[in-house]
Every structure is written in structure tokens, then in C-alpha cells.
Design a protein around this ligand. Structure first.
Ligand code: OGA
Ligand code: MN
Length: 289
């Protein structure tokens, strides 16, 4: 197995190891798990990915989330990230699905708004457009390190409110369904997540983060926007250019990501499996409810 860094701050490609090797071989899992803890984003190329292989691989890292109400594939372990509607055609630009795609283009980490946050996500490419549609990543561990000592001291334990409504309403106040509003109340999280395996702290930020209970609304928004800008400076971005057969695993505790637009008339379909965080992943360090 070879682990090749893709960026100065984080992210690596894993070669000489298939997704199924990780499922079947305990030593391969241990090596990949160690690389995941270290590099935060792992790229696997030229895989023969089926939904089942993706779920088996993901399950090796922990329990899988069921996708939330209102998603394509709701209530299963497979979240469909797609602009293809139920009729098999790409949706119109004003369709709700197109707005959901647009909301995915805000910097975020997955499931920070859920009662149980996510350790990791794996995205497997199924249909990719000829151009555009890349995914960008940043390390919020590196962003934490780049803050001044004074900022780190002041911010480590700050409590932030995350809500699915905050991120969707940044795009359009009509995207959220009544069921989403009812079933996904805001949750409180600390601004940092401590990784118990290596003692590394990271900023826990997302488009879903919209308020700080101890601060007035405008001051909270300015703080969160400033930290997001700090974390996402262009030199800190790894941009993944998708090829058929790619699967990317990322650490939701220590990264943010966003989709990049593509011509919306072209189909794009990926499948995401999402792994819930457990006590062993440092969950207690981030919960503030
Ligand atoms: C996701 C996501 C971005 C993309 O699957 O969680 O944000 O480029 N995807 O598809
Ligand atoms: Mn996402």
C-alpha cells in the first residue's frame, strides 16, 4: 500500500489497496485508518465501486447514518448527490433539487446539524460531467493551527448552534420541507473537535453553523464567516477532479468541503455513505447540548 500526499496541509492518495481489501484484511484496515486519522482526506482511484462495496468499506469505520428526511434515498444508507430527477432527466435550474445542489456548494462538513454528528463520509463517483463538478476540501485542523495563540485560547470552547435550516436558507428560504424543519431542530456544538487518537484539535465549522448563543446575532455571523474565510484561503484548498472509479473518504471532524458548479444540463450523480461518530472518535469533545 502506498500513501501519497496531495497537498502540503492534508489529503493523500491511497494506492495498491482496493476498497474490498480494507473490508477483508484487518491489517489493510488498520493502515488505512491510520492514514485517515493523519491525512483527513483519502482518495482511492480506479475502484470498481458498487453500492454494496461502498457500504461495506464505510461500515468498517463505524456505524452508518441513515439519510435524513427530505433527501433522495431518505431512510437508507445511500445519499444520492444528484441533479437527475425521478424521471431520469436532469432537473430544471429552478427545481428544488437544483437548489439542494447549490446548497452543497457552500463550505460545510456533513451532518453537523444532526443530533449525532458524523465521523466521516465516503463519496463515490457514479456519473460525472465532462467539466466542472469538482469537489474542494480544506483542513480545519490546519486552519486551527494557523490561528494565533490568543484566538485559540478564546475560541476553543465556544458553543455554536448548527441547523440544517441555516444552510438551506442561505440559498432559498423555500427549500426546507416542513418535515425537515420539524425533525431537524438546531443543535449545539463546540467550535473545536479534539481527535483522541493524535491529540489534534480542529475547527468544527459548516454552512450549518449560524449562531453563537453567547453573542449577538450579527457578531456571531461575522465571527463564523471570518473563521470560514480563514479556513478556506485558496492556498489551503485541495481540489478533487473526479474520474469514474474514484472514491473519496473524508474526516468530517477535521475538514470542510464544497461542490463546484458544472453545466446543470449535464447529469452528475454520486453516492455518499456517512459514518456516525462514536465515543472513540472524540464525540464528547464537541457535544454541547
Ligand atoms: C457531499 C457533498 C459535494 C459534491 O456529498 O456531502 O457535499 O461535490 N458533495 O458532490
Ligand atoms: Mn457534503
Amino acid at each position: 500500500m502506498e500513501i501519497t500526499p496531495l497537498h502540503d496541509e492534508f489529503a493523500a492518495q491511497v494506492s495498491g489497496c482496493s476498497l474490498l481489501d480494507v473490508v477483508c484484511d484487518a491489517a489493510a484496515y488498520r493502515q488505512v485508518r491510520e492514514a485517515f486519522e493523519t491525512h483527513s482526506v483519502l482518495v482511492f482511484r480506479d475502484q470498481s465501486i458498487t453500492d454494496e462495496v461502498q457500504a461495506l468499506f464505510s461500515r468498517a469505520f463505524g456505524p452508518l447514518e441513515l439519510t435524513k428526511v427530505g433527501s433522495v434515498g431518505a431512510g437508507t444508507v445511500y445519499a444520492h448527490i444528484t441533479n437527475i430527477g425521478p424521471d431520469g432527466q436532469t432537473v430544471a435550474p429552478d427545481d428544488r433539487l437544483a437548489k439542494v445542489v447549490a446548497a452543497n456548494q457552500l463550505w460545510h462538513t456533513d451532518s453537523s446539524f444532526k443530533r449525532l454528528p458524523a465521523l466521516a463520509s465516503m463519496l463515490g463517483a457514479r456519473i460525472m460531467p465532462a467539466s466542472g463538478g469538482e469537489t474542494q476540501f480544506v483542513s480545519t485542523r490546519a486552519a486551527w493551527r494557523r490561528l494565533s495563540d490568543a484566538d485559540r485560547l478564546a475560541l476553543g470552547d465556544l458553543v455554536v448552534e448548527h441547523s440544517y435550516a441555516y444552510s438551506r436558507e442561505r440559498i432559498d428560504t423555500t427549500i426546507l420541507t416542513a418535515a425537515e424543519r420539524e425533525q431537524l431542530p438546531a443543535v449545539r456544538r463546540r467550535l473545536t473537535w479534539l481527535n483522541p487518537v493524535n491529540g489534534e484539535r480542529s475547527l468544527y465549522l459548516a454552512s450549518h453553523a449560524g449562531a453563537v448563543p453567547s453573542l449577538p446575532r450579527e457578531q456571531a455571523r461575522a465571527l463564523l464567516a471570518g473563521l470560514t474565510d480563514h479556513a478556506t484561503v485558496p492556498t489551503s484548498v485541495y481540489r478533487h477532479f473526479w474520474r469514474q472509479g474514484d472514491a473519496v473518504l473524508w474526516d468530517n471532524r477535521a475538514t470542510m468541503h464544497r461542490g463546484i458548479p458544472w453545466p446543470i444540463v449535464e447529469p452528475r450523480h454520486s453516492i455518499r455513505t456517512t459514518i456516525s461518530a462514536t465515543a472513540a472518535d472524540g464525540l464528547a469533545s464537541v457535544l454541547a447540548d
